[in-house]
Design a protein around this ligand. Sequence first.
Ligand code: NAP
Length: 246
Amino acid sequence: MKNKKRAVVTGASRGIGKEIALLLGKNGYTVLVNYKKNKEAAEEVVALIRENGGWAKAFCADVSKRTEAFSLIEAAEKELGGIDILVNNAGISQTKLFTDVSEEELEEVFASNLKSAFYTAQAAEPLMRHQAFGRIINIASVWGEEGASMEAAYSASKAGLIGLTKALAKELAPSGITVNAVSPGVIKTDMLAQYSEDELSALTEEIPLGYIAGGREVAEAVLFLSGEGASYITGQVIAVNGGFHI
Ligand code: NAP
């Protein structure tokens, strides 16, 4: 019987990606824990999954680079025997006036947040097509839906990721591959370090559910999209934002 529980999570050493890897690991998925720099943190995630009786391995790859993104999927073939679930979570933020964004800075945000998902999906598609099963889940952002002032590059990269999700959903459906996005609102991770306490309080006041969630809430949506119950869902953007943007 085909194993439908082999998952690759990009940017899984910290934050939302870590929670996704842990939750998938807890639910019987074998997980390749990708990271860019933080080997120690990634190994900790692996250890936590193994402590809970799961199986995981860490793999270093800068997915903003095409060759490294492809090497990640090759590692999935070698270490997991294939790939069923691809979670494109790796991303970076950037806050500055859009007139101050240099060509290199724009490229870094687009490569990290958008091109990375394009590359990993390109690498995974033949394997998924061959087995007529695959789930690609892209972690977008509320700012990709509504745009954020001083975050033009970030917002554009995430809006692009939503466009990629919808286009791939149509192109890959005949191959048995679903493609969806999970769009978090404000989530407590290192990425929020750029905000002051006052800014965070102001943001919290704008969240109808009244609090800033952790990565676990996002991971639950990813777990659902990975599972049998989501078999007829494709091309959708599932918002996990406490009502911040409706
Ligand atoms: P985070 O805490 O800053 O963690 C980022 C993760 O991505 C780390 O594991 C990092 O690896 C990895 N990473 C970054 N660039 C990478 C690359 N080129 N190749 C491989 N791994 C890379 O971020 P987060 O808050 O968890 O965000 C995760 C995703 O959710 C991002 O796509 C972000 O845009 C999105 N999101 C976050 C929020 C929020 O409020 N936090 C809201 C909406 C959307 P290292 O540890 O090795 O550096």
